[in-house]
Design a protein around this ligand. Structure first.
Ligand code: MG
Ligand code: MG
Length: 250
């Protein structure tokens, strides 16, 4: 069942999302070669708790940390630890918080030091594809309008969208109905209505769309070892169009 949020509930989710956006900003401006993923995770957790919020991922289905940190060919769900980031890496930060019972969820992939042009382009196209999807968050449209906009943008640049993992509804739970695939036929899927809040999250691979799980039972990697990027926002469908709830400021 899809749950639709009231204006007041969307406002609370905005407060939640602001903290998530600010945490991602902090990670993006702090990361540099030589730092470990574990250090970045602790920084994020401290910041979130200082705001009076709770890390949404820590303990979720047993995930041990605050941020999913995924490097290079890691697509999503990387576990922070002793891995030292190197100049030229790309690193995905995916995290969320709980604030007054309301979840938010957002992700970005950023450069560590100087990266190759081909990696930079992958990041740009993935980020653009998220915004192509957000533009389709319009009451009266269909869910797969979003999916199709993401897919067209990504495949139009010669990259592939991951099929095995999808976006989702979000609210009082991290994962709610409906699933939001990053591929599909426009004009199909559930009707989009005011009050629907979605976490839209293209995962884009430089090579094949196929992915594997590592032996830690969390980390998803590309099957061919190629780079992967991930961007995500929590977005509300309102009578005034889409509102991104996970921006760091207004
Ligand atoms: Mg996420
Ligand atoms: Mg998500």
């Amino acid at each position: 069942m899809i749950e639709y949020k009231s204006d007041n509930e969307v406002q609370l989710m905005r407060e939640s999302g602001r903290i998530t956006g600010q945490t991602l900003d902090l990670l993006a401006r702090t990361v540099q070669p030589g730092m470990t993923t574990g250090e970045l995770d602790r920084l994020a957790e401290d910041f979130i708790r200082k705001q009076g919020a709770v890390p949404a991922f820590k303990g979720y289905r047993g995930f041990p940390k605050t941020v999913c940190i995924s490097v290079n060919d890691e697509v999503v769900h990387g576990i922070p630890g002793n891995r030292k980031l190197k100049d030229g890496d790309i690193v995905g930060f995916d995290m969320g918080v709980i604030w007054k019972g309301w979840y938010s969820d957002s992700a970005r992939t950023v450069a560590v030091g100087r990266i190759e042009d081909k990696a930079q382009r992958l990041l740009e196209v993935t980020r653009e594809s998220l915004f192509k999807g957000i533009e389709k968050c319009l009451a009266g449209g269909h869910l797969y309008d979003i999916s199709n906009a993401v897919q067209n943008h990504v495949e139009g640049h010669g990259y592939s969208v991951v099929r095995d993992l999808v976006g989702h509804g979000i609210g009082r739970n991290l994962h709610e109905e409906p699933q939001v695939p990053n591929y599909g036929p426009a004009g199909h899927g559930p009707k989009l209505r005011t009050g629907l809040v979605l976490a839209i999250e293209p995962m884009v691979n430089y090579g094949t769309h196929k992915v594997l799980m590592k032996r830690d039972n969390w980390t998803i990697v590309t099957e061919d070892g190629s780079l992967s990027a991930h961007f995500e926002h929590t977005v509300a469908i309102t009578k005034n169009g889409p509102i991104i709830l996970t921006l760091p400021d207004d």
